[in-house]
Design a protein around this ligand. Structure first.
Ligand code: ZN
Length: 95
């Protein structure tokens, strides 16, 4: 029986997916290709709606759902995405 306590780094398994997408940017109309990495870690804090730690299958299903969402979004190139201001930063333009 081991009683010695040591600080250790727990390495959780990471699952990831890469995907690429090409299309015409809805903002600048240029034809662009984009890629993204979607990842999640298998850890006890990653719980599902029932409060139970997600199984590998559930985490994979989550990643696949996020991939579908990414592909379903309007295609905007990286340049435009960075230049489009965030809604929370909108200033009142009333004169
Ligand atoms: Zn663009």
């Amino acid at each position: 029986m081991r009683t010695r306590q040591r600080t250790s780094t727990i390495h959780f398994e990471q699952l990831q997916r890469w995907t690429t997408r090409s299309g015409r940017c809805t903002n600048c109309q240029k034809h662009r290709k984009r890629s993204t990495r979607i990842w999640a870690t298998l850890n006890p804090f990653n719980v599902n709606s029932r409060g139970v730690p997600k199984s590998r299958e559930e985490v994979i299903a989550d990643l696949d759902r996020q991939l579908k969402e990414w592909h379903a979004k309007p295609f905007v190139c990286a340049t435009c995405e960075q230049s489009i201001p965030l809604p929370c930063g909108v200033e009142s333009a009333e004169v």
